[in-house]
Design a protein. Structure first.
Length: 406
């Protein structure tokens, strides 16, 4: 924690003590912000204005704008997941306050985020987030990818042609408070409890993106087994972990990956391009990625370093988010797919995921009643920009039909 900042978490409020001097937004030099705040006495009373300036500086830096309306909603500011994460990292760097990644939905503007940090409400990660209001009798529940990062779903939510309320179910532990689950089955039990607080009877509608699709799948399985209700289940580019792939699929994937790297290396040499200089700045917050994807398949998911060998691991996230990411990596490693006989709509991107095999190479034997829908883009950009409208249209068309029988 930075010296000079008093930070206390409780059920009622947080206290952030910084210098009472008011700094104009244009006067803030971000590179020196942490140092200048740290040099002040912690005895000063809470100063919401100063805190708001810190938050505004983080937003301006990430969005590359000199000024931003402090009452502007992040959804109207072209806020990508990477930019949102940069804001959280810069706030953490300046104040040692580790905001949950979904804080933007509870505090969607600069002014509201600063106030929520000051009163402590921003430090609590809700397990259910209303992404778009609508008909409460027919809600849609979305399961985000990565480590429960709902910002990835904002473009999809905007484009969906569906009249029901749309909710996002967050992964447990995003505010640093457990439980931290290492099994998708446990996350599914938790998710079902969250859903039943909002919707008592079916039909239920679940859509999961990326690894969130496995939690959605296991939640749908519980609904069918325990409640006997009908379920609409959509999966968007949901992968399986390397250890679940047949050896022939795994070897073919590694050979394609190697060939791609060799082609890129040859192109770089042919073009005589100057090697990119290493990035400067502060060291990584979390452990760096280790090993190769070849050895990852054979590592023990319960090993202390297992998450850092994942091809998806990156150290450049806030501490709490990275902690949850470690548990999600273990979930993937400990998961054993099993047959699901219900109807599934599997939306697979044409460009695929460069870190995983094509889903139709591994899922069909477990999802015998799947309808495969090809959508433009790759694993990442199918959720944004021009591609997401097509994805949303395909999902909407099926959502608005009769819900399939259990």
């Amino acid at each position: 924690m930075s010296d000079g900042i008093s930070y206390e978490r409780s059920s009622a409020r947080c206290r952030l003590a910084v210098d009472t001097a008011i700094v104009e937004p244009d006067e803030i030099a971000w590179d020196g912000l942490t140092e200048s705040v740290a040099s002040k006495s912690p005895a000063a009373p809470p100063d919401l204005t100063r805190l708001e300036d810190i938050v505004a500086a983080a937003w301006s830096k990430a969005l590359r704008r000199k000024t931003i309306d402090r009452d502007a909603d992040f959804r109207g500011l072209n806020m990508s997941p990477n930019r949102a994460m940069q804001i959280l990292l810069d706030i953490w760097s300046a104040t040692s306050i580790d905001l949950p990644v979904n804080a933007f939905f509870e505090a969607p503007t600069i002014r509201r985020m600063a106030a929520a940090i000051c009163d402590g409400s921003a430090l609590v990660a809700p397990d259910l987030v209303l992404l778009r209001p609508g008909d409460d009798s027919a809600p849609l529940f979305l399961f985000p990818g990565h480590a429960g990062y709902l910002v990835h779903l904002t473009d999809l939510v905007r484009e969906l042609d569906y009249s029901g309320a749309i909710y996002g179910i967050a992964v447990s532990g995003l505010d640093g408070v457990g439980p931290f689950h290492d099994r998708f089955e446990l996350e599914a039990q938790r998710s079902l409890g969250i859903i039943r607080r909002t919707q008592r009877a079916g039909p239920f509608r679940l859509v999961g993106y990326s690894i969130g699709g496995i939690t959605a799948l296991e939640t749908a399985r519980l609904i069918r087994q325990e409640l006997g209700d009908t379920v609409f289940l959509g999966l968007i580019d949901t992968p399986q972990n390397d250890h679940s792939w047949p050896y022939t699929v795994w070897l073919a994937f590694l050979l394609r990956k190697l060939a791609f790297k060799l082609r890129n290396r040859m192109r770089r040499r042919a073009g005589a391009r100057t090697p990119r200089a290493p990035a400067s700045g502060k060291p990584s917050i979390n452990p760096v990625k280790r090993g190769t994807q070849v050895e990852y398949r054979f590592r023990n998911p319960r090993g202390p370093d297992y998450p850092y060998f994942s091809p998806y691991w990156t150290p450049d996230h806030t501490p709490n988010y990275s902690r949850v990411g470690e548990h999600v990596c273990r979930m993937k490693g400990l998961y054993t797919p099993s047959r699901y006989d219900g109807k599934v709509f599997f939306f697979a991107s044409k460009g695929g995921d460069p870190l995983a095999c094509a889903p139709d190479q591994v899922w069909p034997k477990y999802l015998p009643d799947a309808e495969w829908v090809r959508v433009p883009g790759n694993h990442i950009n199918t959720m944004f920009g021009r591609h997401v409208a097509r994805l949303a249209g395909e999902i909407s068309a099926r959502l608005n039909r009769a819900v399939p029988s259990a």
